[in-house]
Design a protein around this ligand. Structure first.
Ligand SMILES: C[C@@]1(CC(=O)O)c2cc3[nH]c(cc4nc(cc5[nH]c(cc(n2)[C@H]1CCC(=O)O)[C@@](C)(CC(=O)O)[C@@H]5CCC(=O)O)C(CC(=O)O)=C4CCC(=O)O)c(CCC(=O)O)c3CC(=O)O
Ligand SMILES: NC(=O)C1=CN([C@@H]2O[C@H](COP(=O)(O)OP(=O)(O)OC[C@H]3O[C@@H](n4cnc5c(N)ncnc54)[C@H](O)[C@@H]3O)[C@@H](O)[C@H]2O)C=CC1
Length: 209
């Protein structure tokens, strides 16, 4: 089986071209907004939400039909029109190294977009490899309760403390013990994470000295 390979791609400053201005293009554009990508939208018409986004966000709208030259320098391309021949044409004229999704042809696409749940630095992406995108969406919805808003602050805290640990604690076993203890639910449930951290630190690191 040729399964998909999940990665987290940094799009900051990279050119991403979305062709089409319907509901599907709208969803893809919304998913890109926080990435810092240089978003180019190509479509003669756009949904009211997309029109609002083009006014309020840093995105460029070429209000016309697609031209081959629109793909120049693009890192990622979404062929998201309702014209399936045009979507295929976009894939055909793209360079082999450009990543293209054809929204009505998963088999010939280079990647697809998973459903996702974002809690600050925590991303949970769910893919059904195109078997049923609605199921992917439903699974994310179910995970919303388990991974609630408090994960946002918790991950921010973990991030900062991990930077500190990597800098200050040289002994790999102690590092590992601390980082593992901080990943436990019991630790997350502390009201005062800072205080809980120093307690843990004393327990683990001072016991060793
Ligand atoms: C392969 C993939 C390529 C890609 O687009 O990246 C793809 C392909 C297709 N989707 C179709 C239909 C629908 N897609 C959705 C919804 C989502 N689709 C998304 C991703 C993907 N869709 C990729 C696979 C991801 C995976 O499986 O894990 C999500 C997860 C992410 C996102 O879009 O951002 C987002 C939910 C996000 C959210 O809201 O949480 C709904 C439901 C709805 O709109 O509520 C419907 C209608 C119901 C139905 O038909 O199932 C059709 C048929 C079109 C037709 O009828 O012509 C095709 C083409 C085909 O399968 O041939
Ligand atoms: N991958 C996915 O998640 C899904 C994919 N689909 C597929 O995606 C297609 C698009 O769906 P919707 O957004 O609902 O369609 P839509 O009909 O609402 O929008 C189509 C858009 O394509 C634009 N367009 C048409 N010709 C163009 C051209 N020459 N150059 C630039 N833009 C052009 C139109 O201006 C319009 O904005 C559907 O045909 C369907 O097959 C549908 C649902 C989900």
């Amino acid at each position: 089986m040729n399964s998909y390979y999940p990665i987290m791609i940094k799009l900051e400053g990279k050119k991403v071209v979305v062709i089409g201005g319907g509901k599907v293009a709208e969803r893809k554009v919304i998913g890109l907004l926080e990435t810092g990508a240089q978003i180019i939208l190509v479509t003669p018409e756009a949904t009211p939400e997309l029109q609002r986004i083009t006014q309020e966000e840093q995105i460029t709208w070429y209000k016309r039909d697609f031209l081959e030259t629109d793909l120049k320098g693009a890192f990622m391309i979404y062929a998201a029109t309702n014209d399936s021949q045009l979507n295929q044409h976009i894939k055909n004229v793209a360079q082999p190294h450009q990543l293209v999704t054809i929204v009505d042809d998963p088999k010939n696409s280079d990647f697809h977009v998973p459903a996702r749940l974002q809690r600050g630095k925590l991303t949970i992406a769910v893919s059904t490899s195109g078997a049923n995108p609605t199921l992917a969406k439903k699974i994310c919805k179910q995970l919303e309760q388990q991974f609630d808003e408090k994960y946002e602050d918790y991950l921010e805290f973990l991030f900062l403390k991990r930077q500190w640990i990597l800098k200050e604690i040289k002994e790999p076993i102690l590092r590992r013990k601390l980082l593992t203890a901080m990943a436990a639910e019991e630790f997350m449930n502390n009201d005062d994470l800072e205080e809980a951290f120093w307690r843990l630190y004393k327990q683990i690191c001072k016991a060793d000295t």
